[in-house]
Design a protein around this ligand. Structure first.
Ligand SMILES: NC(=O)c1ccc[n+]([C@@H]2O[C@H](COP(=O)([O-])OP(=O)(O)OC[C@H]3O[C@@H](n4cnc5c(N)ncnc54)[C@H](O)[C@@H]3O)[C@@H](O)[C@H]2O)c1
Length: 396
């Protein structure tokens, strides 16, 4: 099989992940893939990235020129969310396969444009939905679609974002919809995609309630922690002596001091959402996202006509069990958490899958509905919160 030639756009933490993933896959299958070019708007960062990863490649600032190279098969796009739609459609227009980080776009028109471009180019579209590869997701999908709890009635899903983690988004570009679409999309799309993926059902309409409920402006707080007199603030951040070399997802846009006040910064993202969604085949979802939990957790309760599956996909409480009717005792489903938590294995599996689909000439239509709908509940929820109405989800 010939080597898959790749171009990479974006040299932040996710760019690093996909460079390392290719290295690991090449250890198993020599010369399976290689990067021919890497692009970043920040020239110094790009040069340092290539040196650190020993990448002897074309270093470019113009992503279109990279995507236009005839010898490149696939583009890996790891830039901030608001750039995905343009970069992905441009790559499809150049006839490339595309792996674009999640979400595929920050608005519904962008998601449609990306999917239509993939279909028109007849090329593979994948996005960074690593949770699909978690052993728990694989088991849930097998059990639910295999009828383990009868006909699926719906699911209750809680995205409990840990309070430190939640606050961190409000010091970065994620707090502004022009960059992230909303935290519900940026953060929630992983879990919402997983619900689609595990159940095999696609969303039809959504009603949502929410807003910025936690990080509201405070008169008693300053704009930065080192000038603030609120000593007992749980989000007080000490300034480090030196700016960290690779500040996660900083990338310049909407960037703030490390100790910016999460209450007083400008923002228009929600931090609290409760929604109800209706899916095909009368499957329903009740989903919530909050940012006030001690620890990050994804809690799932799938309810069918013949029982329930209860699952917790978090590092500290990883596990799932089934309660079948009419038995009373819950049955543990043995599932081993991947070493190091979710990402370590899944990132490599995602790249393996992307390369595999290019190598096998997979039909791009196979997964396109799931790619399109990966953000559609979040898009509709944001619209519903603003309009106060139930929102029908446009279909592809
Ligand atoms: N799949 C996952 O689990 C997961 C986890 C974290 C982040 N992400 C996603 O990955 C993406 C990247 O995250 P990150 O933390 O690496 O971001 P980052 O902001 O740290 O790095 C992005 C890089 O892209 C560059 N860039 C921005 N616009 C560009 C453009 N138009 N052309 C070329 N370069 C450009 C920036 O200079 C920066 O170096 C985001 O969309 C984020 O949502 C996914």
């Amino acid at each position: 099989m010939s080597t898959v030639n790749l171009g990479l756009i974006g040299t932040g933490p996710r760019g690093r992940v996909y460079v390392n993933a290719v290295k690991q896959l090449n250890e198993k299958t020599p010369d399976r893939a290689r990067y021919l070019g890497v692009c970043d708007l920040a020239a110094e960062k790009l040069a340092a990235f290539c040196e650190r990863h020993e990448l002897v490649v074309d270093q470019v600032a113009d992503s279109d020129a990279l995507a236009g190279r005839d010898d490149i098969d696939g583009m890996v796009i790891c830039t901030p969310d608001f750039t995905h739609h343009r970069l992905a459609t441009a790559a499809f227009e150049q006839g490339k396969h595309v792996m674009v980080e999640k979400p595929i776009a920050i608005h519904p028109d962008g998601a449609r444009a990306v999917c239509e471009a993939a279909l028109k180019a007849n090329k593979v579209l994948m996005s960074g939905f690593v949770l699909r590869y978690d052993p728990m997701s694989v088991k849930l999908r097998e059990m639910i679609q295999g009828g383990a709890i009868g006909k699926l009635l719906g699911g209750i899903v809680h995205e409990a974002v840990g309070f430190h983690h939640g606050a961190s988004y409000f010091r970065r570009w994620h707090r502004l919809r022009e960059f992230s679409g909303d935290l519900l999309l940026h953060k929630g799309c992983h879990t919402l995609d997983l619900f689609n993926w595990v159940t095999g059902k696609l969303p039809r309409r959504v009603s949502a309630f929410g807003g910025t409920e936690v990080f509201l402006p405070r008169d008693d707080a300053a704009m930065v922690c080192h000038e603030c007199k609120v000593e007992d603030c749980i989000h007080r951040e000490e300034l480090p002596e030196e700016e960290p070399e690779e500040r996660s997802a900083s990338s310049g846009v909407g960037s703030l001091p490390i100790d910016a006040c999460v209450y007083n910064v400008d923002k228009d993202s929600t931090d609290t959402v409760f929604l109800v969604g209706e899916f095909e085949d009368r499957v329903r979802l009740s989903y919530s996202m909050t940012v006030t939990s001690q620890l990050d957790e994804r809690r799932f309760n799938f309810i069918g006509t013949e029982g329930e599956i209860i699952a917790n996909m978090s590092r500290h409480a990883y596990g799932m069990h089934i309660r079948r009717l009419p038995e009373e005792e819950p049955e543990e489903i043995p599932i081993e958490m991947p070493e190091g938590g979710g990402h370590v294995l899944s990132d490599v599996q995602l790249m393996d899958d992307f390369l595999g689909r290019i190598e096998s000439g997979a039909d791009p239509e196979e997964d396109i509905q799931f790619a399109y709908h990966s953000g559609s509940v979040a898009f509709a929820a944001v619209q519903s919160i603003e309009s106060g109405s139930t929102v029908d989800i446009p279909q592809l």
